[in-house]
Design a protein around this ligand. Structure first.
Ligand code: GLN
Length: 200
Protein backbone atom coordinates (compact mmCIF):
# COMPACT_ATOMS: atom_id res chain seq x y z
CA UNK A 1 0.00 0.00 0.00
CA UNK A 2 1.15 3.48 -0.79
CA UNK A 3 2.20 5.54 2.24
CA UNK A 4 1.33 9.21 2.06
CA UNK A 5 2.53 11.64 4.68
CA UNK A 6 0.37 14.56 5.76
CA UNK A 7 2.43 17.50 6.98
CA UNK A 8 1.13 17.85 10.53
CA UNK A 9 2.50 21.12 11.87
CA UNK A 10 -0.77 23.09 11.55
CA UNK A 11 -3.96 23.11 9.50
CA UNK A 12 -6.63 20.58 8.54
CA UNK A 13 -4.53 17.44 8.87
CA UNK A 14 -7.28 15.07 10.02
CA UNK A 15 -9.45 15.80 6.99
CA UNK A 16 -6.66 14.90 4.57
CA UNK A 17 -5.83 11.73 6.50
CA UNK A 18 -9.48 10.65 6.25
CA UNK A 19 -9.63 11.36 2.49
CA UNK A 20 -6.41 9.46 1.77
CA UNK A 21 -7.57 6.44 3.75
CA UNK A 22 -10.90 6.60 1.86
CA UNK A 23 -9.06 6.18 -1.45
CA UNK A 24 -6.95 3.28 -0.21
CA UNK A 25 -3.67 4.93 0.78
CA UNK A 26 -2.06 4.59 4.19
CA UNK A 27 -1.76 8.10 5.67
CA UNK A 28 0.82 9.02 8.31
CA UNK A 29 1.48 12.33 10.00
CA UNK A 30 4.79 14.06 9.25
CA UNK A 31 6.04 16.19 12.15
CA UNK A 32 9.80 15.76 11.93
CA UNK A 33 12.39 14.98 9.30
CA UNK A 34 12.64 11.32 10.34
CA UNK A 35 8.95 10.84 9.48
CA UNK A 36 9.70 11.77 5.87
CA UNK A 37 11.91 8.72 5.34
CA UNK A 38 8.90 6.41 5.39
CA UNK A 39 6.59 8.21 2.97
CA UNK A 40 6.14 7.87 -0.79
CA UNK A 41 4.45 11.25 -1.08
CA UNK A 42 3.29 14.23 0.95
CA UNK A 43 0.09 16.23 1.37
CA UNK A 44 0.40 19.79 2.62
CA UNK A 45 -2.91 20.84 4.18
CA UNK A 46 -4.73 24.13 4.26
CA UNK A 47 -4.12 26.37 7.23
CA UNK A 48 -2.06 29.51 7.52
CA UNK A 49 1.01 29.55 5.32
CA UNK A 50 3.08 31.94 7.46
CA UNK A 51 2.46 29.87 10.60
CA UNK A 52 3.19 26.64 8.76
CA UNK A 53 6.49 27.98 7.40
CA UNK A 54 7.53 29.09 10.89
CA UNK A 55 6.75 25.69 12.38
CA UNK A 56 8.52 23.93 9.49
CA UNK A 57 11.65 25.98 10.17
CA UNK A 58 11.42 25.40 13.94
CA UNK A 59 11.02 21.67 13.37
CA UNK A 60 14.12 21.52 11.14
CA UNK A 61 11.91 20.38 8.30
CA UNK A 62 12.74 23.11 5.79
CA UNK A 63 15.75 21.57 4.04
CA UNK A 64 14.50 17.96 4.31
CA UNK A 65 11.21 18.96 2.69
CA UNK A 66 12.91 20.99 -0.04
CA UNK A 67 15.29 18.13 -0.78
CA UNK A 68 12.57 15.49 -1.05
CA UNK A 69 10.44 17.73 -3.30
CA UNK A 70 13.44 18.54 -5.50
CA UNK A 71 14.21 14.82 -5.70
CA UNK A 72 10.76 14.21 -7.19
CA UNK A 73 8.63 13.15 -4.22
CA UNK A 74 4.98 13.64 -5.26
CA UNK A 75 3.30 16.38 -3.25
CA UNK A 76 -0.21 17.82 -3.13
CA UNK A 77 -0.94 21.17 -1.51
CA UNK A 78 -4.43 22.53 -0.81
CA UNK A 79 -4.85 26.27 -0.20
CA UNK A 80 -2.01 27.20 2.20
CA UNK A 81 -0.34 24.04 0.88
CA UNK A 82 -0.52 25.51 -2.63
CA UNK A 83 1.23 28.62 -1.31
CA UNK A 84 3.97 26.48 0.25
CA UNK A 85 4.60 24.62 -3.00
CA UNK A 86 4.74 27.79 -5.13
CA UNK A 87 8.09 29.17 -6.26
CA UNK A 88 6.79 32.76 -6.03
CA UNK A 89 4.11 34.52 -3.96
CA UNK A 90 2.38 37.86 -4.22
CA UNK A 91 0.81 39.58 -1.19
CA UNK A 92 2.83 37.37 1.15
CA UNK A 93 3.82 38.54 4.61
CA UNK A 94 7.10 40.47 4.69
CA UNK A 95 9.87 38.08 3.71
CA UNK A 96 7.50 35.13 3.48
CA UNK A 97 9.33 32.03 2.23
CA UNK A 98 7.97 28.92 0.58
CA UNK A 99 9.17 25.37 0.06
CA UNK A 100 8.82 25.84 -3.69
CA UNK A 101 9.04 23.35 -6.52
CA UNK A 102 6.01 24.45 -8.49
CA UNK A 103 6.89 26.99 -11.18
CA UNK A 104 3.96 29.31 -10.47
CA UNK A 105 3.25 32.68 -8.92
CA UNK A 106 0.34 32.54 -6.47
CA UNK A 107 -1.46 35.49 -4.95
CA UNK A 108 -2.26 34.98 -1.30
CA UNK A 109 -5.80 35.80 -0.07
CA UNK A 110 -6.53 36.60 -3.72
CA UNK A 111 -10.30 36.54 -3.69
CA UNK A 112 -10.44 39.47 -1.31
CA UNK A 113 -12.31 40.42 1.79
CA UNK A 114 -15.87 40.55 0.45
CA UNK A 115 -15.77 37.06 -0.97
CA UNK A 116 -13.12 35.65 1.36
CA UNK A 117 -14.92 32.33 1.48
CA UNK A 118 -17.24 30.83 -1.13
CA UNK A 119 -18.06 27.61 -2.93
CA UNK A 120 -18.26 26.84 -6.63
CA UNK A 121 -18.60 23.82 -8.90
CA UNK A 122 -15.44 23.50 -10.96
CA UNK A 123 -14.31 20.97 -13.51
CA UNK A 124 -10.86 19.57 -12.82
CA UNK A 125 -8.84 17.94 -15.63
CA UNK A 126 -8.01 14.40 -14.58
CA UNK A 127 -11.12 14.13 -12.38
CA UNK A 128 -13.95 12.27 -14.11
CA UNK A 129 -17.61 12.16 -13.17
CA UNK A 130 -18.60 15.82 -13.27
CA UNK A 131 -17.58 18.98 -11.45
CA UNK A 132 -16.02 19.11 -8.02
CA UNK A 133 -17.61 21.22 -5.26
CA UNK A 134 -14.75 23.58 -4.51
CA UNK A 135 -14.62 25.23 -1.08
CA UNK A 136 -12.49 28.39 -1.01
CA UNK A 137 -11.42 29.80 2.38
CA UNK A 138 -9.22 32.93 2.13
CA UNK A 139 -7.79 31.12 -0.85
CA UNK A 140 -4.89 31.96 -3.10
CA UNK A 141 -5.14 31.82 -6.89
CA UNK A 142 -2.47 31.11 -9.45
CA UNK A 143 -1.51 34.25 -11.29
CA UNK A 144 1.30 33.03 -13.54
CA UNK A 145 2.33 29.56 -14.64
CA UNK A 146 5.67 28.43 -16.01
CA UNK A 147 5.97 26.49 -19.27
CA UNK A 148 5.88 23.06 -17.62
CA UNK A 149 2.74 23.71 -15.60
CA UNK A 150 -0.64 22.29 -16.58
CA UNK A 151 -3.73 24.28 -15.61
CA UNK A 152 -6.33 21.79 -14.36
CA UNK A 153 -9.10 24.11 -13.26
CA UNK A 154 -10.28 27.71 -13.33
CA UNK A 155 -13.15 29.55 -11.70
CA UNK A 156 -15.14 32.49 -13.06
CA UNK A 157 -14.69 35.72 -11.10
CA UNK A 158 -17.67 37.92 -10.19
CA UNK A 159 -15.70 40.82 -11.60
CA UNK A 160 -15.27 39.01 -14.93
CA UNK A 161 -12.43 36.90 -16.12
CA UNK A 162 -11.21 33.66 -14.61
CA UNK A 163 -8.76 32.61 -11.95
CA UNK A 164 -6.61 29.48 -12.12
CA UNK A 165 -7.36 27.33 -9.07
CA UNK A 166 -5.73 23.94 -9.76
CA UNK A 167 -2.38 23.14 -11.36
CA UNK A 168 -0.07 20.23 -11.89
CA UNK A 169 3.61 20.10 -12.76
CA UNK A 170 5.11 16.62 -12.93
CA UNK A 171 4.60 15.04 -9.51
CA UNK A 172 3.29 18.23 -7.89
CA UNK A 173 -0.41 19.03 -7.58
CA UNK A 174 -1.99 22.09 -6.00
CA UNK A 175 -5.52 23.38 -5.51
CA UNK A 176 -6.70 26.75 -4.19
CA UNK A 177 -9.67 24.98 -2.69
CA UNK A 178 -10.17 22.31 0.00
CA UNK A 179 -11.52 19.00 -1.33
CA UNK A 180 -10.70 17.52 2.08
CA UNK A 181 -13.62 19.35 3.70
CA UNK A 182 -16.14 17.74 1.35
CA UNK A 183 -17.20 14.10 1.00
CA UNK A 184 -15.74 13.88 -2.50
CA UNK A 185 -12.39 12.12 -2.58
CA UNK A 186 -11.81 12.34 -6.34
CA UNK A 187 -8.98 14.92 -6.12
CA UNK A 188 -7.22 12.72 -3.55
CA UNK A 189 -7.79 9.74 -5.87
CA UNK A 190 -6.10 11.73 -8.66
CA UNK A 191 -3.15 12.36 -6.37
CA UNK A 192 -2.90 8.69 -5.40
CA UNK A 193 -2.83 7.80 -9.13
CA UNK A 194 0.03 10.30 -9.57
CA UNK A 195 1.91 8.66 -6.68
CA UNK A 196 1.34 5.17 -8.12
CA UNK A 197 2.57 6.36 -11.50
CA UNK A 198 5.67 7.93 -9.93
CA UNK A 199 6.47 4.65 -8.14
CA UNK A 200 6.21 2.84 -11.48
N1 GLN B 1 -4.90 32.57 3.58
C1 GLN B 1 -4.19 31.44 4.10
C2 GLN B 1 -2.69 31.61 3.95
O1 GLN B 1 -2.24 32.59 3.46
C3 GLN B 1 -4.61 30.16 3.40
C4 GLN B 1 -6.02 29.80 3.82
C5 GLN B 1 -6.33 28.35 3.80
O2 GLN B 1 -5.44 27.49 3.74
N2 GLN B 1 -7.58 28.07 3.93
O3 GLN B 1 -1.96 30.75 4.35
Amino acid sequence: RIVIGVLAVQGDVVEHVRMLEDVGAHAVRVRRAADLANVDALVIPGGESTVMMRLIAQGDLLEPLRERIAAGMPAYGSCAGMILLADRILDGAAGQQTLGGLDVTVRRNAFGRQVASFEADVTVDGVDGGPVRAVFIRAPWVEEVGAGVEVLSSVALPTGGEAVVAVRQGNLLATSFHPEVTNDARVHALFVRMVEHARG
